[in-house]
Design a protein around this ligand. Structure first.
Ligand code: SF4
Length: 350
């Protein structure tokens, strides 16, 4: 690991003043430090933001929205009683990620900023346009079941690995940031970028901007009764998604009045599918309808590697997540959150 400077500010103003080109913000360090150890990231300066005051709160604002500080841990957020009651799909997504120990250390903003798990990105000896622009991409023509089926380019076929972010896309979160030019909000849909010709640019953050918090609008609470996050992976815990889906509905008198659907592990960003949502609104919940919506969600998908199989897997994941959401949010979190391998019925509460 190369040497680097280290700053430990206690206020946001101090942190912003400490930033200079080549710096990286250090939250829980569960991703960044690993990447530094293997040489995939090499910042000149780390700015530790864990001691910043006021970034570890979860609060309800006057307009009914929920504000979650950037330094709230994944574990504290997922187990907060109000979050579990109002946004159970988000809690299910959080609890399906990593391990208990990692969730204790990992933070909200770190989850938003985590890098791809593309095996070639993590191999400092492989060509990677994301690590080194214009170097090439060894994943194209390589072997990696994380590769994208939507929104990829001939520069990069990596996917975003976050579970949490898939639920945030479905719930229309807003991200609060502060930088040299002041504060601004970024709609979650605009936060992560597709690779196009610049895969090294992953988010809409400008140089020196720091994530302060994210907000869930009051409307996100409308989906509490019918929302699920479903995750398919190579083993039942401590693995990244091969395919995932966040599905949420509001159902009144047997009719779907609101619908949200976002796919995970299929693109460089969580993939919200408004076209599929539109098919659901005004209809009665029905597996055939959900299969039709899932079909629409994957329209335009294409293999980026030897991964045609992933298109069908993502389609089935989306369809099944909608079926589960329509059946109702479990009264208690499943023992294996988001897993398709558990009994999804009453035994969840055993
Ligand atoms: Fe790098 Fe993207 Fe290619 Fe992976 S897919 S090696 S992250 S450029």
């Amino acid at each position: 690991m190369k040497t680097f400077d280290f700053a430990q500010p206690t206020t946001v103003d101090e942190a912003l003043a400490a930033w200079e080109p080549g710096s990286a913000w250090l939250g829980g360090g569960t991703n960044l430090v690993d990447l530094m150890k293997i040489g995939a990231m090499a910042p000149d300066k780390l700015i530790d933001i864990k001691r910043l005051t006021g970034l570890d709160q979860i609060e309800t604002l006057a307009d009914g929205s929920t504000r979650i500080g950037a330094m709230v841990s994944n574990a504290d957020l997922a187990n907060n009683p109000d979050i579990l009651r109002r946004f159970p799909m988000m809690a299910e997504a959080l609890l399906s990620g990593a391990s208990g120990q990692l969730r204790n250390a990992a933070t909200v903003s770190g989850n938003l900023m985590q890098r791809t798990r593309c095996a070639y990105f993590q191999d400092a000896n492989a060509a990677c346009n994301k690590r080194s622009p214009a170097q090439g991409c060894d994943a194209i023509g390589g072997v990696d079941d994380t590769a994208a089926i939507l929104g990829w380019s001939n520069q990069c076929i990596a996917t975003n690995p976050s579970d949490f972010c898939v639920s945030l896309a479905a719930l229309e979160a807003v991200i609060e940031v502060q930088g040299p030019a002041g504060k601004r909000d970024i709609a979650f849909a605009d936060f992560h970028l597709l690779p196009e010709d610049t895969p090294e640019r992953e988010t809409a953050l400008q140089a020196g901007e720091l994530i302060l918090a994210l907000r869930l609008p009051a409307e996100a609470g409308d989906f509490a009764g019918n929302s699920r996050y479903l995750k398919v992976r190579n083993r039942t815990s401590f693995a990244f998604a091969t395919s995932s889906a966040a599905a949420a509905m509001q159902i009144k008198d047997g009719t779907i009045t609101k619908a949200r659907l976002a796919l995970g592990a299929v693109a460089a960003k969580p993939w919200r599918v408004a076209k599929a949502e539109a098919l659901l609104i005004g209809q009665a919940p029905d597996p055939a309808l959900f299969a039709q919506a899932a079909e629409a969600a994957l329209a335009g998908a294409s293999s980026s590697n030897d991964n045609d199989w992933k298109i069908e897997l993502a389609r089935r994941t989306a369809s099944r997540a909608l079926v589960l959401a329509a059946a109702g949010t479990p009264a208690r979190m499943p023992a294996l959150p988001a897993s398709p391998f558990v009994d999804q019925g009453d035994s969840l509460n055993a």
